[in-house]
Design a protein around this ligand. Structure first.
Ligand SMILES: [Zn+2]
Length: 414
């Protein structure tokens, strides 16, 4: 089964001592120990493929118990999944493992003026990870973070005046930047590099970039707060294909589900056959770089990206369907230019039960509760909370072709 791994046995197996250490740590976690047998070991890739995969909750259970600390410098706590309630936590040392990334991928150099437009604060990892890469590259950095709608034009003027050559953010954020520039007729002639991470690439972005910054090319990273950066690509690679790092072992399981195992001895998260919910395949990259690259096919779980954050559709729907008077619920995301413009929750009301008073769900109270208790919603709609709505409906939206009514509907607004 070694053909399903990103690295050949001769390269991966000498590094499996890291996976063995992760296994030992996981066996010490009361909530997880029962999943592994006493004799289970990781000497070969076949041994690894025989271990049970981990889900997000398993990793959070492990981290709660292990509470790992960095060998040197600070231990940073970052948001790790979980869109409801308090943020779940992942750990990373200062540096965020970016030296290993920089050894294989150098989109920035000393001459660059780099705008770091990933949001800073709120325990998000990407801004700091990009800052670590900039540090290794020796470029100039403009640590911008997120800005409000009214500020875009002034900042774009500043970028042009400073001769900004590179910008980085999630595709949703980049989309907003380029759409604003295009609408305002602003050009960024010096911009050559667009770094991205956090979501799938958006083709619309390419069209706006061609108008605003004709020299700009995309440079992608793939990863999560649990695994950190797994792979990278260049403008010569397809946007969904990434060259994985030697300290990241990727395995393709049933249904093309990807799982990740860290081979980095510095890694604090015990990532051992960890599933992010992404599906993919190992392919030859058209850029011609030898070895197998990871082509990402999208997600296979119920987590959907809303403005760069994961929204757990099944959790939300289950919570709403516990409400009196609600028989079924559906999450409807309306996208504009590939970005979530609004999120609506439709409530199919339950018929009154044998003469009992009709329980009409209180949509506005439910809306306020969801907005305050759901991390993804409160953060994604921080500046326009009115774009999140809950409303009763006589029927939910069905797919005419399949007749199915799914818990999630994503619509493109014309
Ligand atoms: Zn490539």
């Amino acid at each position: 089964m070694t053909g399903d791994f990103s690295l050949p046995p001769a390269t991966a197996e000498p590094r499996l001592h890291v996976a063995r250490r992760s296994l030992g740590r996981l066996k010490s976690v009361p909530g997880l120990a029962a999943r592994y047998t006493e004799l289970q070991d990781v000497r070969t890739l076949d041994d690894l493929a025989a271990l049970p995969p981990m889900a997000k909750d398993d990793l959070n259970t492990a981290l709660d118990h292990l509470d790992p600390r960095a060998e040197h410098g600070a231990t940073w706590l970052f948001q790790s999944g979980g869109s409801t309630g308090a943020p779940k936590v992942g750990h990373a040392p200062t540096g965020f493992y970016m030296a290993g990334v920089h050894a294989h991928w150098q989109p920035l150099d000393r001459t660059d003026v780099f705008v770091n437009a990933w949001g800073a604060g709120r325990m998000w990892g990407a801004h700091f990870l990009a800052a670590a890469l900039a540090d290794l590259s020796g470029c100039q950095v403009i640590a911008l973070g997120s800005v409000t709608r009214a500020e875009y034009d002034d900042w774009l003027g500043f970028f042009a005046a400073r001769g900004v050559t590179a910008i980085g953010g999630t595709p949703s954020v980049l989309q907003t930047w380029f759409a604003h520039a295009r609408a305002a007729g602003l050009k960024l002639p010096a911009l050559r590099k667009v770094l991205w991470l956090g979501e799938a690439w958006q083709p619309q972005l390419e069209r706006d970039m061609a108008e605003v910054a004709p020299q700009a090319r995309r440079w992608g990273m793939f990863g999560s707060t649990e695994t950190w950066v797994v792979g990278t690509n260049t403008p010569d690679c397809p946007a969904d294909t990434f060259h994985t790092l030697p300290e990241q072992l990727v395995h393709v399981g049933p249904d093309d589900l990807l799982d990740f195992t860290t081979l980095d001895p510095e890694m604090l998260n015990p990532v051992l056959r960890y599933r992010t919910g992404d599906a993919g395949r190992l392919v030859a990259c058209p850029c011609g770089r030898p070895g197998r690259a990871m082509r990402v096919l999208g997600r296979r779980d119920s987590v959907v990206q809303v403005r760069g954050l994961g929204l757990h559709v099944d959790e939300i729907v289950a919570q709403v369907e516990r409400e009196p008077g609600v028989s079924r619920a559906q999450v409807v995301i309306t996208e504009r230019d590939g970005r979530a413009a609004t999120v609506e929750i439709l409530l199919l009301t339950a018929p009154a039960r044998d003469g009992a008073p009709d329980a009409t769900p209180d949509a506005e109270r439910l809306r306020r509760e969801l907005l305050s208790s759901t991390f993804t919603l409160s953060t994604a709609f921080q500046h326009d909370p009115e774009s999140f709505q809950v409303r009763p409906a006589n029927e939910l939206i069905s797919n005419d072709r399949t007749g199915k009514t799914s818990r999630l509907v994503v619509r493109e607004e014309a």
